[in-house]
Design a protein around this ligand. Structure first.
Ligand code: NAD
Length: 248
């Protein structure tokens, strides 16, 4: 049995990396998938075609998650195309790393806007339709950096910790409407975001991971399948860490 049959899932920032992995895994579990991209139209269309060829109802939308109005327009368009949204996955995110002494105001503001404000924008846009449905699952992608901090990532850590506080509040506000809101906090996942890291740094990280390997987008996607499906229908306001055991 597929776990997401008859569900419509909306995922932000899915032309590559973890977002792409989540989109593919959700589709594999029977979901209809609407997903966004910011600038990589070619990659997004490629993914849309790949899924459509498999007989999956999939559509890519260009939308900047950090823009309040674009988030509203996107949700209206997805509702018009798919009829409903059962699961929202806020995945879009960026890094602009630097030590605090060298971090510019611009880089702080940008990371908060793209990583945290986007979660507010998108969640706000889906809340009314989910309330009408009296059902919904919102999954916000944070990071272990939001749980324990990281030198050189004060802006990113603040945005990812903010996501946790936001999600727990939403879970409390909307639980009575059967809308769940949970956080997935990945550890070290190999994607374009982490590809720039030095091989030595990577080896050091791996040594600290009890499961002795870095994570894949599929590892994160499987946690999202669980939180998006009815398997987790009594779970809300939680932070599910997917990091091979680094933080425990
Ligand atoms: P990535 O850079 O490969 O992908 C991020 C995606 O988000 C890209 O497709 C990008 O175009 C999109 N995006 C950026 N700004 C956007 C915006 N304003 N609107 C819409 N889309 C936008 O990164 P990734 O490694 O796949 O990370 C995905 C998420 O997982 C991020 O939130 C990241 O912080 C989080 N995360 C990643 C790791 C890791 O190790 N890779 C660890 C913990 C958390």
């Amino acid at each position: 049995m597929k776990l997401l049959e008859n569900k419509v899932v909306l995922i932000t920032g899915a032309s590559r990396g973890i977002g792409k992995g989540i989109t593919m895994e959700m589709a594999k579990q029977g979901a209809d998938v609407a997903f966004t991209y910011l600038s990589s139209e070619e990659k997004a269309k490629e993914l849309e075609n790949l899924l459509t060829k498999e007989g999956i109802n999939a559509k890519a939308y260009r939308s900047d998650a950090s823009d309040f109005n674009q988030a509203q327009e996107l949700v209206n368009q997805v509702l018009a195309d798919f009829g409903k949204i059962d699961v929202l996955i806020n995945n879009a995110g960026i890094t602009k790393d630097n030590l605090l002494l060298r971090m510019s105001e611009e880089d702080f503001d940008k990371v908060i806007k793209v990583n945290l404000k986007s979660v507010f924008n998108m969640t706000k846009a889906v809340v009314r339709p989910m309330m009408k449905q009296r059902a919904g699952s919102i999954i916000n992608i944070s990071s272990i950096v939001g749980v324990r901090g990281n030198a050189g990532q004060a802006n990113y850590a603040a945005s990812k910790a903010g996501i946790i506080g936001f999600s727990k509040s939403v879970a409390q506000e909307l639980g009575s409407r059967n809308i769940r809101c949970n956080v997935v906090a990945p550890g070290f996942i190999e994607t374009e975001m982490t590809a720039a890291l030095d091989e030595k740094v990577l080896e050091e990280w791996k040594k600290q991971i009890p499961l002795k390997r870095t994570g894949t987008p599929e590892d994160v996607a499987k946690a999202c399948v669980f939180l998006g499906s009815d398997l987790s229908d009594y779970i809300t306001g939680q932070v599910l860490i997917v990091d091979g055991g680094m933080v425990m």
